[in-house]
Ligand binder design. Sequence first.
Ligand code: FES
Length: 122
Amino acid sequence: MIRICPLSALPPGEALRVHAAQDAEPHPPIAVFHTEEGEIFAVDDTCTHQDASLADGWLEGCEIECPLHESKFNLRTGQVDSPPAKLPIRTHTVHIEDDHICVEMSDAQPNLPPGVKFGVES
Ligand code: FES
């Protein structure tokens, strides 16, 4: 479990990019979103289409629009709602503990775009 920040540090409508190194294993950065409706979501930050940061995208409801080619992803499920991305983003479980946002990283393999690798020597 990664302790991200106090809940008050991420106002509704905002996003945070986090370099998640919870152990010796490197992880792709994650993006944490606080929706206008008050929900918190955590997903892999990198778009599955190309190397773009979803934390820099546009948040609407529980959907994030990629800043590069405007793919839309459902933050609840990770599914693609609008192309050109085809693969879902990996979602992570969010807990609120002592008014802090905490993220439990998924064990699933990330769907990184072609040519983007984390923690792998090329
Ligand atoms: S990089 Fe996100 S849609 Fe192309």
